[in-house]
Write a protein that binds this ligand. Structure first.
Ligand SMILES: [Ca+2]
Ligand SMILES: [Ca+2]
Ligand SMILES: [Ca+2]
Length: 170
């Protein structure tokens, strides 16, 4: 089990590095589709019809592959003024457009989400509820939504992971 995990972790790391390079190149070009999904970074959008019509729950989870001591070190050095997680919701197709964002400074771990050092990664999970109108980025068609999960360390350095694109009619 441990062997499998560490193999997966290095594969994820290599793929993530490749994705970052692709993302940087894409930014120089003309309007592009959403950036490639970072391995293991997943967006789920759940309709809240039962508890609140017209709202959607946005759930983002993923990992920044790294050795456990590094992850622990990052968390120990987070400062309230700089470090934390920042989630930015984007619309896609044809152009990227900002829709919404939420900032979670410092280390947190509560019912709605966390940033924590696990035995293999720096792992994050976050959920928040938004009016469905926030995700209705194409008024005349199917909406394409993705999230950039940005981890900011204590030195204000950022690491960005992109989720998959979720399509729907919000
Ligand atoms: Ca769109
Ligand atoms: Ca729409
Ligand atoms: Ca569309």
């Amino acid at each position: 089990m441990t062997t499998t995990y560490s193999k997966r972790a290095s594969l994820f790391g290599a793929a993530a590095a490749a994705a970052a390079v692709i993302g940087m190149t894409g930014g120089l070009g003309t309007a592009a589709a959403a950036p490639s999904q970072s391995p293991g970074t997943v967006l789920t959008i759940v309709d809240q019809n039962v508890t609140g019509a017209g709202f959607n729950r946005v759930i983002v989870r993923g990992v920044y592959p790294m050795e456990n001591p590094d992850a622990v070190g990052y968390l120990n050095n987070l400062t309230a003024g700089c470090g934390g997680m920042h989630y930015v919701v984007w619309g896609d197709d044809p152009n990227e457009q900002y829709l919404f964002d939420r900032n979670y400074p410092g280390v947190h771990d509560d019912i709605d989400g966390f940033i924590r050092a696990t035995d293999r990664d720096l792992e994050f999970l976050q959920q928040f509820v938004v009016p469905a109108s926030v995700l209705d980025e194409d008024k005349d068609g199917t909406d394409e939504v993705f999230v950039r999960a940005r981890f900011v360390d204590g030195d204000c350095g950022g690491r960005v992971h992109n989720t998959n694109v979720v399509t729907g009619t919000f």
